[in-house]
Design a protein around this ligand. Structure first.
Ligand SMILES: [Zn+2]
Length: 409
């Protein structure tokens, strides 16, 4: 079999295109496959598809294709141009590559597979033997392609949450589809406008389809949701993990205050116990549990605070909002009569938003799915060593977490 014929088969070139020559450049580690069409071939105008004779040829172009035995394989051709009576002189699109890409469709598909598998641009670069910019270009193009194709589906259960970018000084807001575990919208910042900017990326039909929205208790997202979603008050569900996080922080605050007081009397019982109090009892390791037993006493303020925190957890075990509300009111009465100021503050915060905490019983959603996505996002960020800027970080989130159809075809 002649090399021309071999490449004709390997490339799967369809008429009128055929291999006109194959060059092996050992020094460059490159195989160049020249592709041409016979004289007199007609091509469709890219605008109106009218069949027209070849007018002339554009400059020679090169497309990186899948390697042949470690050799970079380059398709070389001069794309024909047609002169359409209606649209003027136009470049004809070639079947092996997307418009303006310097890579064939098959190479781009491979690049996407490798990017998904390695989850890093630098990792994919070394396998593909492409530059950072070239590799990043696959990500950008794939996201654009996916977003162009994406159909607006209904979003009955969504979540809205903030994510720190660049060591917590800079935030983005993410909007999740909780049923499909995908990121649907991203905006800059974490204030009310950021929330509204996320909702505004949804269609009117999608907004109308929202039945429940999981979020933390920040005023910004509550306000944004009330502005963007009709009847939001019945749909907001404060994420149980965020609520418990507030309780955990309060326990820690009590511990720090008490530790400071105790050390004045050389009592160091609470030193280095921070994480013991943040863990729920069933999750303590054996060693921690033994240590916890030594430190835990209801005579310590920290022990009391921890007890109330653990009790609060039961709020989410109730089947209906009424019994959850009754449970909370009882919990509130106990906490509010203590001297545990940080816990009392949490109790008041929850009381103020109680309707949207117990709405968990109705809607049963949390941002836990989103938390899973968040950790995925953080690991992507870490492994890649940053995406150079916030826009790139957002693009990468859509690439890995957007549930998009990324591939060229
Ligand atoms: Zn035309």
């Amino acid at each position: 079999m002649q090399d021309k014929e071999l490449y004709q088969h390997i490339l799967g070139l369809a008429s009128p295109w055929s291999v006109s020559g194959v060059e092996l450049d050992i020094d460059a580690g490159e195989i160049r496959v020249h592709v041409a069409h016979p004289r007199g071939t007609k091509f469709g105008c890219p605008e109106c598809e009218q069949e027209l004779p070849c007018y002339d040829h554009a400059e020679e172009r090169r497309w990186r294709h899948l390697d042949s035995c470690q050799f970079k394989t380059i398709l070389v051709a001069r794309p024909p141009r047609v002169e359409c009576p209606e649209h003027g002189v136009k470049n004809v699109s070639v079947p092996w590559a997307e418009k303006s890409s310097r890579f064939t469709i098959l190479f781009e598909r491979l690049a996407i597979d490798i990017l998904l598998a390695t989850q890093t641009v630098t990792g994919a670069m070394s396998i593909l033997r492409t530059s950072w910019d070239e590799t990043w270009y696959f990500v950008q193009r794939a996201v654009r392609r996916g977003q162009d194709r994406k159909e607006a589906r209904s979003l009955p259960r969504i979540g809205i949450d903030e994510k720190a970018f660049a060591k917590g000084q800079d935030y983005i807001t993410l909007l999740y589809d909780l049923d499909n575990s995908t990121v649907e919208a991203i905006s800059d910042g974490n204030n009310t406008d950021s929330g509204i900017a996320c909702f505004s990326q949804l269609s009117q039909e999608q907004i109308a389809s929202v039945e429940a929205v999981a979020m933390d208790m920040s005023a910004a997202y509550i306000k944004a949701t009330k502005q963007a979603i009709p009847l939001a008050e019945d749909k907001i569900v404060h994420d149980r993990f965020h609520v418990m996080q507030l309780a955990n922080k309060a326990v820690d605050k009590v511990r720090r205050g008490e530790h400071r007081k105790l050390t004045l009397d050389d009592d160091n019982r609470l030193a280095k116990t921070k994480y013991l109090w943040l863990t729920s009892q069933e999750n303590l390791t054996e060693k921690q549990d033994a240590l916890f037993g030594e430190v835990f006493t209801l005579r310590l303020e920290t022990g009391k605070a921890w007890g109330y925190k653990e009790l609060l957890r039961d709020l989410w075990d109730h089947d209906d909002a009424a019994s959850a509300t009754a449970f909370f009111q009882d919990w509130y009465r106990r906490v509010i009569h203590t001297k545990l100021e940080p816990m009392k503050k949490v109790a008041r915060t929850i009381k103020e938003r109680l309707q949207n905490v117990v709405s968990y019983c109705t809607h049963g959603i949390t941002n836990a799915v989103a938390e899973g996505l968040n950790s995925k996002i953080m690991s992507i960020k870490r492994r890649v060593g940053g995406y150079r800027n916030r826009e790139n970080f957002k693009t990468a989130i859509f690439f890995y977490c957007g549930g998009l159809d990324l591939y060229p075809r």
